[in-house]
Design a protein around this ligand. Structure first.
Ligand SMILES: NC(=O)c1ccc[n+]([C@@H]2O[C@H](COP(=O)([O-])OP(=O)(O)OC[C@H]3O[C@@H](n4cnc5c(N)ncnc54)[C@H](OP(=O)(O)O)[C@@H]3O)[C@@H](O)[C@H]2O)c1
Length: 225
């Protein structure tokens, strides 16, 4: 047992086996580092393992692409929860990376009876439409992120239609700022006028808190400063 696991054990926190998707990304990295610090055992499925420049006795890095179903099947067995920070920058062409990748995640979870899925999408998607502020509503989403948000919308619907214990986490605009714990979260978070921010580190903190909290099971909380 590592020191972190011993501390978690003493504090009566449940140590889990977590599968992190998007671990080479900025939010995924926070999920891994904060998850390990809480004593969890983390497996990261990444396309380029060399991009993970740190190691830890409880960190397993597996090469894999979410678009290849077998890559997820291979790592799903025995996991307690899946945390997804999947994203990409192919904004100007129609893509199905988020929806297809997420369908593959859901299928593999069903096949291995893994129930808890926490996935980052964004404020502004589906019934949170317009809640990323006027600038995003009138310019960024229709002009730059149109296809990306279309795919995010499909991604959310796939998750909502699954039988999993899912939570869709919808952040405001992401920053690389420090982790805060006094952020706002909930179903009415966001603004129709201003673009609210939140650091990736705070989003990861919120997601890890959901592992032993049922408040947002099958719900879509927003999160902003
Ligand atoms: N930027 C914002 O202001 C904002 C606001 C709200 C929500 N969000 C959402 O928050 C999420 C996280 O954002 P972020 O900035 O942390 O993302 P990011 O740094 O772009 O990371 C995205 C991750 O997804 C991985 N990925 C992409 N395609 C993959 C595939 N086919 N198979 C496996 N992994 C794949 C990337 O891997 P590689 O390293 O191999 O590319 C990377 O690890 C995204 O969904 C984003 O849309 C962003």
């Amino acid at each position: 047992m590592t020191l972190n696991q011993l501390v978690s054990y003493k504090l009566n926190l449940k140590i889990m086996k977590l599968l992190v998707i998007g671990g080479t990304g900025k939010t995924g990295r926070e999920l891994i580092i904060q998850g390990l610090a809480q004593g969890h055992v983390v497996t990261a499925v990444v396309r380029k393992p060399d991009k993970i420049k740190y190691s830890h006795p409880n960190l397993y890095v597996e090469k894999g692409d979410v678009l290849i179903h077998e890559n997820l099947e291979r790592v799903m067995k025995g996991q307690d929860a899946v945390l997804s920070a999947l994203g990409h920058k192919r904004f100007f062409i129609p893509t199905n990376i988020l929806s297809k990748g997420t369908q593959n995640i859901i299928n593999a979870m069903n096949n291995y009876n893994v129930k808890r899925f926490i996935c980052i999408t964004s404020l502004g998607v589906n019934d949170s439409r317009f809640k990323l502020g006027l600038y995003y509503t009138l310019f960024t989403i229709p002009v730059i992120l149109f296809f990306y948000f279309l795919d995010k919308s499909k991604q959310e619907k796939l998750i909502m239609n699954s039988d999993l214990g899912w939570t869709i986490v919808r952040p405001g605009q992401l920053t690389n700022g420090k982790k805060r714990t006094n952020y706002k979260h909930g179903l009415s978070v966001g603004s129709y006028v201003l673009t609210k921010m939140i650091s990736r580190a705070s989003v990861a903190h919120f997601i890890l808190n959901q592992l032993d909290d049922e408040t947002y099971i099958r719900k879509t909380p927003g999160i902003t400063n």
